[in-house]
Design a binder for this molecule. Sequence first.
Ligand SMILES: [Zn+2]
Length: 157
Amino acid sequence: MMAYGSLYGKLSALAQNELDDCHAAMIRISRALFQRMIDHAKQVWPTECCGLLAGKDGVVTRIYPLENREGSRVSYQADPEQQFRAFQEIEDLGLDLLAIYHSHPDTESYPSKVDREKAFYSEVLHIIISLKDGADQVRAFRIPRGRKIIEERLEIF
Ligand SMILES: [Zn+2]
C-alpha cells in the first residue's frame, strides 16, 4: 500500500507538471486585451512598459498595466505596491498569473540579458512587445532558470 501510495503520488505529480506545461505552453488573448497591451507600450514610450496578464486555462481575461519604477528604456521594475495589489486580485478572483509583459522601445522582441537574469517566475510566460522602428512586434517566451529560452505561441482571437 505504501509503495502504491508513493507511486500514485509520483504519477499525479507528473500529470500536474504536464498540466502546468500545457498551461504555460499556449496563451490565448482577445484582440481587445492584446490591443490594450500594445497601447500601454506606446503610451509610455520611450520607456519600457510592464504589466501582468491573468486568466484561466490559458485564456487571458484580465490585464494589469503596472508602472515602471525605473522609467528606463532598457529595463523595468514594476511598482511593488501595484504588483502586490494585482497579485491579490488575481488570487481573489481565482485566476492564474499567465504572463508578465514588457516592452522594448528600441530593440527586438527577444529576452535581453537583464530579462534572463531577472526571470524569477519561470512558469509564467514573458511577453515582449518591440516598438523598434515604429512597428509593434509581439512574441512570448518561457525563460527557464539555467536552460534554453523557449518561444511559445500567442493566439489572438
Ligand atoms: Zn526586456
